[in-house]
Design a protein around this ligand. Structure first.
Ligand code: G6P
Ligand code: MG
Length: 220
């Protein structure tokens, strides 16, 4: 059976989670409240709109539609300023090795991200050419933990959902992969990502032999 790999972007390929956090914290501070790193965990993998809803809940702020729309734009403008100077140095350790390994074996690779900024980021870090399909926040209507983004990616790759393997750093992303019946690999804190099929701190822990065994298991 044909196997496919799906990578989340933020926090998996590049550490943009810190820039999202800085931009949301700036907005929170401007609105007069604090926003902690712990609270930011809930924002990982979650759409921009949903993030703002959660942020306003945290700050107990009621917004008009106009304010809501303005703050969404403000946050993204700040985020874009943070990522403006991004380059290949911001690719997380060993991500290129794993991409290269899969490419050499002709395994189809997709991006499955909630971000509307996914494509420009991949371009900045020069990784676009590895991806057979890029599914991002512009192509989905339902945000993670809904499996839509990963199901579209599987479909684009021409691979059955159950033959896909997903790398994710967000709880919502692991849940999305699980409900798509995919193999989920948590990248980050295994206590937070305890619903994943496998857990690794980062890609340096993912050996070629692990990938090999996963491939042979999934292709049966
Ligand atoms: C990723 C990040 C989230 C972010 C979402 C939308 O999933 O993990 O923290 O909110 O993308 O990103 P965007 O770039 O469209 O605001
Ligand atoms: Mg992520």
């Amino acid at each position: 059976k044909k196997v496919g790999f799906i990578f989340d972007l933020d926090g998996v390929i590049v550490d943009t989670a810190k820039y999202h956090y800085l931009a949301w914290r700036k907005l929170a501070n401007e609105l007069g409240f604090e926003f902690s790193k712990e609270q930011n965990e809930l924002f990982k993998g979650v759409s921009r709109k949903r993030c703002l809803e959660i942020l306003l809940d945290i700050g107990k702020i009621k917004a008009t539609q106009e304010q809501f729309d303005t703050w969404m734009i403000d946050k993204n403008v700040d985020y874009l300023a943070y990522i403006e100077k991004m380059d290949a140095k911001e690719i997380l350790p060993d991500v290129p090795r794993v991409l290269e390994y899969l490419k050499k074996k002709n395994i189809p690779i997709a991006l499955g991200s909630a971000s509307k900024n996914a494509r420009p980021i991949l371009e900045k870090v020069n990784l676009v050419s590895y991806f057979d399909s890029i599914v991002d926040g512009n192509s989905v209507t339902k945000a993670k933990p809904d499996p839509e983004v990963f199901l579209i990616a599987a479909n684009n790759l021409g691979v059955n959902a159950s033959s896909c393997i997903v790398f994710e750093d967000a709880v919502a992303g692991i849940q999305a992969a699980n409900s798509a019946k995919m193999t989920s690999i948590g990248i980050g804190d295994s206590d937070i990502l305890d619903e994943a099929s496998y857990n690794f701190k980062d890609f340096t822990e993912i050996s070629d032999s692990f990938l090999e065994s996963l491939l042979s298991k999934k292709s049966k």
